[in-house]
Structures are given as structure tokens and as C-alpha cells.
Design a protein around this ligand. Structure first.
Ligand code: RUB
Length: 390
């Protein structure tokens, strides 16, 4: 039986998911990361952290490793309360970029939200006296934010939507421009929250009594759907993969179990064993590509292949903000390559190449349905629509 407190939380699943995410990131997830970090420090891993050059991939580019290893992050070394965000706008933007880069803020939705909040801060703090200077300041900050993680079209689309709306705004008075920019940022944040809620409602309808659902990594949308299904008194179980190397599966397992959902946590390599009995696979996405394929946490592709092998339907929950327009013109989605230290100690395997791609591409053929704020769609429809646009 769920406690009264838990039952109350479930009534507002999106809020609950956000709160639970925040608290889980602050506490257990951070603690587990910091434990790993302490161990790594003991073994002298951090001291010898050393970047390697990424090899080229044919179909989808591998991004140059720009990110610091999580294990070397200062904040990960300190499980204590996060420092407050800096007041100055450059400091606020820098800190947001750091938190995104070091996966303290994770999941495409939260990353996009954090990007727009940082821009909002820039708008509020700007001392620019001309429209031109204001716009330059905004665009400079937007560019920094967009570089924080390469495989995040939602972040790019989000901050671009703010800068371009200001660019296209006719009025010249600084006061009006600033007010308009603020309204755009607030409108964006409101709409993003509504989209999560809409997807939760649409997705929850797809959950049936008796379902055994496999999920991977941590997706705010997936959690919102499952919490909504629970609220609707659906009887189902969820199997959460650990999601090496950073174990974001822990966040998902924590959020679901705290809401009273029957949750099982497995290591990634147990996936084939559990997929046999599962009735659905449900994951989020970082990018929706023009050919209907999706990009999500590394391992999603392998899980989708398994699901197809066992005829388990594959559902992807993603809002249309994640569509990457560069892919309409045939450009490949960049795949973030993170530091080897997140996987193993390079010093212990000097002649071994350690590859640590953060995401992979699941082809459209393996996806049965995409749950978006506009309803359920098939990847094939995305392909048809995007070829019309191109
Ligand atoms: C998170 C991840 C999530 C998507 C979708 O990876 O792959 O499945 O971002 O999340 P990371 P959401 O932890 O590296 O950011 O539904 O919250 O947008």
C-alpha cells in the first residue's frame, strides 16, 4: 500500500517527476556518482585523466570529446548541497553549461528547460542600452549553451526560438524589447510543461493492465507517462536498466518505486533475459531525425533490436521540439563522445581504446510508435512529412 504522502504525489505526476528528479539528483544519484569518484580517486584514475581522439563513424558522426569526465568533476566530488547559481549572467550561463556538461542536469527536456532559464536570466540582468548590444549578448549566451552537449536538438531549438523571436521583433525601444524577450522565455517554459503533461496523458492510455515495461536511462517523459498510468490505477510492472556508465537508471528506479510502481532494476546485460517476458519497451529520445529514427541513450538501439526479436512493441516518448531540422538536409546527428574515464581507467589498459559514445541511433524500422504532444505517430509518417518539407 502506498503511503498517503506517496498517493498525494501521484496525483500530480509531472510535478512529482520534477521534484523527485531534483531530489534524486541531489541525493542518491549524486552520492552514487561521488562514491564512484572517490573510488576512482583512490585508484589514481582522475589524476591521470587523458582525452583520446574519437574515431570517425560513417553513418552518424562522433563528436570530438569536449566534455570533461564526470568522475573528474568538482561537483561530483562534493555530494553536499549544490552551490547557488551565480547572480551575474555570464556566471549563470557558465554554471548552467557546466551542470549540463557534467550531467548534473540530464535528459533532453530538463536540458532545454535549463537553457531557456539561463537565457531568461541574461535577459533580466542585461545592462545593454541598445537593441543591437542586447541581441549580441543574448546570442553569445545562446551559443555557449548550445555547445554544452552536442546531441541535444531540443536545447538548440529552444534557445534559437528565443533569440530568433527577439531578432524578428520590430520595436526598437530597449524596454519593450526586454519585456518581449522575457515574455517569450516564460511562454516557452509554460508550453514545455504543458507538453510534458499532454504526453503523459496520451502515453498513459497505451499502458495496459498486466504490462511489463522495459525502460532505459532516465527520461522525464517516460516517468511522467508511467506516473500518470499509475494515477489511472493501471496495474503494471517496470524493469529499469542500470544504463552504464553513469547509471541514470537509478534515478528512474527511484522515482517510480517511490510512487508505488512495481519496479525492478537490472544490469544492462540482463536485458535479453527480461525482454522475453516484457510486453512493451518505452524510452525517451534526445533527437528525432528526418528519416524517422531516433537518438537516445547508448544501449537503446540494442534494446530495440532485442524487443523486435521477441516481438515486444517499442514506444518512444518525445515532443516535437526534439526534431532536428539539420537532418532534413541529410546532415547526420552528432553523437556525443564522452571521456573514457567514465567507463574504465585508461591507465590500467594502456593499449586499449576506450569508446564512450553517450547516445546511439535506433532506426525507424525498429520503432512501433512515437508518443508526441500531437498524438501517437509512426516513424514512417515523420519520414513522409519531412520529405515534403525538404
Ligand atoms: C538521457 C536520455 C533520455 C532522453 C530523453 O541521457 O537519453 O532518454 O534525454 O529524456 P543523459 P527526456 O542522461 O545523458 O542526458 O524525456 O527527459 O527529455
Amino acid at each position: 500500500m502506498a503511503s498517503k504522502k506517496k498517493a498525494k504525489k501521484v496525483k500530480n505526476p509531472v510535478k512529482h517527476a520534477k521534484n523527485a528528479l531534483k531530489s534524486s539528483k541531489k541525493t542518491k544519484y549524486k552520492k552514487s556518482v561521488s562514491k564512484a569518484v572517490k573510488k576512482a580517486k583512490k585508484q589514481n584514475m582522475i589524476k591521470h585523466a587523458r582525452p583520446k581522439t574519437a574515431k570517425k563513424q560513417s553513418a552518424h558522426t562522433i563528436q570530438k570529446k569536449t566534455t570533461k569526465p564526470l568522475s573528474a568533476s568538482k561537483s561530483a566530488l562534493k555530494p553536499a548541497a549544490k552551490p547557488a547559481m551565480p547572480k551575474s549572467s555570464p556566471g549563470y550561463v557558465e554554471e548552467t553549461v557546466r551542470r549540463i556538461r557534467e550531467v548534473e542536469i540530464q535528459g533532453a527536456n530538463d536540458i532545454a528547460e535549463a537553457g531557456v532559464k539561463a537565457l531568461k536570466h541574461v535577459i533580466e540582468q542585461s545592462s545593454a542600452t541598445t537593441r543591437h548590444a542586447f541581441l549580441e549578448e543574448l546570442i553569445r549566451s545562446a551559443e555557449k549553451l548550445k555547445e554544452s552537449r552536442p546531441t541535444e536538438p531540443a536545447l538548440r531549438n529552444a534557445v534559437n526560438s528565443i533569440t530568433s523571436s527577439v531578432e524578428n521583433y520590430e520595436l526598437k525601444s530597449m524596454d519593450n524589447v526586454r519585456k518581449y524577450a522575457l515574455r517569450q522565455a516564460d511562454r516557452f517554459l509554460r508550453e514545455l510543461a504543458m507538453v510534458v503533461d499532454t504526453i503523459a496523458n496520451i502515453g498513459a492510455e497505451e499502458i495496459r493492465d498486466g504490462d511489463i515495461i522495459v525502460t532505459h536511462c532516465h527520461s522525464e517523459l517516460v516517468v511522467a507517462i508511467l506516473l500518470k498510468a499509475k494515477e489511472k490505477r493501471k496495474q503494471f510492472k517496470v524493469i529499469v536498466t542500470e544504463t552504464r556508465p553513469l547509471k541514470q537508471g537509478l534515478i528512474t528506479a527511484k522515482e517510480l518505486s517511490e510512487a508505488g510502481i512495481d519496479t525492478t532494476y537490472i544490469i544492462d546485460s540482463a536485458a535479453a533475459t527480461v525482454m522475453k517476458q516484457s510486453t512493451k519497451m518505452l524510452v525517451g529520445a534526445d533527437a528525432i531525425l528526418a528519416d524517422g529514427s531516433i537518438v537516445n541513450k547508448i544501449g537503446t538501439y540494442a534494446l530495440a533490436l532485442l524487443a523486435n526479436q521477441f516481438q515486444t512493441p517499442v514506444f518512444v516518448a518525445a515532443e516535437t521540439l526534439k526534431f532536428d531540422p539539420i537532418t532534413i538536409m541529410g546532415a547526420a546527428e552528432p553523437i556525443e563522445q564522452r571521456m573514457p574515464e567514465e567507463v574504465a581507467d585508461p591507465q590500467e589498459m594502456k593499449r586499449v581504446h576506450i569508446l564512450n559514445p553517450a547516445f546511439d541511433v535506433t532506426p525507424a524500422e525498429l520503432i512501433d510508435a512515437m508518443i508526441t504532444e500531437k498524438g501517437i505517430t509512426r516513424p514512417g509518417l515523420i519520414r513522409e512529412n519531412s520529405s515534403t518539407v525538404a
